[in-house]
Design a protein around this ligand. Sequence first.
Ligand SMILES: NC(=O)C1=CN([C@@H]2O[C@H](COP(=O)(O)OP(=O)(O)OC[C@H]3O[C@@H](n4cnc5c(N)ncnc54)[C@H](OP(=O)(O)O)[C@@H]3O)[C@@H](O)[C@H]2O)C=CC1
Ligand SMILES: Cc1cn([C@H]2C[C@H](O)[C@@H](COP(=O)(O)OP(=O)(O)O[C@H]3O[C@@H](C)C(=O)[C@@H](O)[C@H]3O)O2)c(=O)[nH]c1=O
Ligand SMILES: [Mg+2]
Length: 298
Amino acid sequence: MTGEETARVLVTGATGQVGTELARAAWPAGLTPVMAGRETLDLSAPEAAATVVRDGAFSLVVNPAAYTAVDAAETDEALAERVNGEGPRALAMACATAGIPLIQISTDYVFDGTKAGPYVEDDPVAPLGAYGRSKLAGEVAVRAECPRHVILRTAWVFSAHGKNFVKTMLRLAAEKPELRVVADQHGCPTAAHDIARVVVEIARQIVLDGRDDAWGTYHMAGAGATTWHGFAEAIVAAQAARTGKRPPVHPITTAEFPTPAQRPANSVLDCGKLTRTFGLTPRPWPDTLADVLAELAG
Ligand SMILES: NC(=O)C1=CN([C@@H]2O[C@H](COP(=O)(O)OP(=O)(O)OC[C@H]3O[C@@H](n4cnc5c(N)ncnc54)[C@H](OP(=O)(O)O)[C@@H]3O)[C@@H](O)[C@H]2O)C=CC1
Ligand SMILES: Cc1cn([C@H]2C[C@H](O)[C@@H](COP(=O)(O)OP(=O)(O)O[C@H]3O[C@@H](C)C(=O)[C@@H](O)[C@H]3O)O2)c(=O)[nH]c1=O
Ligand SMILES: [Mg+2]
């Protein structure tokens, strides 16, 4: 065989926050990402999506694509279930048939938030809303259909691209005299580029090192816990240095900010298993926030 062989890695959701960072990431020699957008791999048509896996001679599939509109999912649960539950099931079955592993991206919103401390991987799940239920269905399907899987639960994802809390707060800080943000929901902001770094290294260990002892579920979220209010304050403070605008960010309760979907009061993730198994440590979220704000500032 020639020395030019490379393992093809199918990546779904090419246009999303994580997909965009996976496309830009530094992949090692020997791994070639093959990015698939919705036009070639539509998870709302699970059977058709699975044919992409069957026909592509891949060594691994990474699935960050998802229905991510948390509030809209409450009135659109059938579609969320298809994209986040049945889509991953079809991918997992196709992966198992092809004899290749699957890295599935999941969410902190599978938890109900009633635990007092950080969540570990085998804590009981009990999603509060339709989005969390649909993502949990995806986890269950992946475990059932494709034993060689890594499910990576992340949280509060932000990046310079797409729709996210950081960009919403920057817009509000530019437009409003003051902001009101919930201070009783605790979690871990996570930069999409840090998720991509971790996914690439897990892919390297699985495909290039031939690691066969690490299948299962892992938490991967920015180091350091905060609240949405704490996160907003950090965003507005950092931005003030650039714009001179620093509207006050008032802490409010969840009851003062009604939304269609209920969100967990605590979804802080303990990422120790990721570190112990793969030697990977999520970066502190304030450092990754600085990266993203610098990228947005150009
Ligand atoms: N965003 C967050 O805060 C968090 C996200 N997660 C999980 O991380 C993963 C990545 O999230 P993130 O990058 O932020 O998501 P985005 O919302 O930024 O991107 C979602 C991606 O999925 C694609 N997509 C949506 N519907 C379909 C479909 N029917 N078929 C194929 N592709 C589809 C979108 O395509 P298009 O551009 O065409 O719409 C887009 O590329 C998801 O699995 C999500 O559940 C976990 C925790 C937090
Ligand atoms: C815009 C705004 C939001 N909020 C609150 C509402 C909510 O409780 C919290 C976050 O709102 P968002 O809608 O940005 O975030 P949300 O859509 O809940 O984000 C979630 O997305 C999915 C995909 C995940 O998997 C989760 O990990 C999580 O990141 O902030 C305020 O308090 N004030 C505001 O001005
Ligand atoms: Mg939202």
